[in-house]
Design a protein around this ligand. Sequence first.
Ligand code: ROI
Length: 160
Amino acid sequence: MSRETAFIGLGSNLDEPGEQLRQALEALGQLPRTVLTAHSAFYTSDSLLAGQPRYTNAVAALSTELHPLELLDSLQAIESGQGRVRKERWGPRTLDLDIILYGQQLIDEPRLKVPHYHLHARAFVLYPLAELVPADFVLPDGRALNELLAACPLIGLEKL
Ligand code: ROI
């Protein structure tokens, strides 16, 4: 059975976001065939959509034997367990868990695209991810994390 390092983006903007993230980290630590190896600090930022509450975000590192779609199912079960109701596509949510990276794999399936599609433009994913990887980290599609960070200002992101 092969093991991969997967990076998970966590986000919440409802029902005590910090508490949601703490609970989610605990749930990630209890996934089968998986070890939660690290997580970033928590960060807050305004929603990319006007009129929504501020988000709290973090990134977690997993060492897992779950295949990408098994991992996705597990993440969605954790989201549902924490009261996430999927109404509008970009609506406020108690918990959002995204597979940001799965080893060095490029995944393009209807349910799952990895690296996460918006990764390069989102300070609230890039900066926490940078806490967990070496400074010269390169994404599976060849982009250097350093360069993405340089192009993605830290403005508005507040470390807790
Ligand atoms: N904005 C922030 N700051 N953090 C998020 O996790 C987040 N997630 C979303 C949208 C609505 C795009 N905005 C966000 O889905």
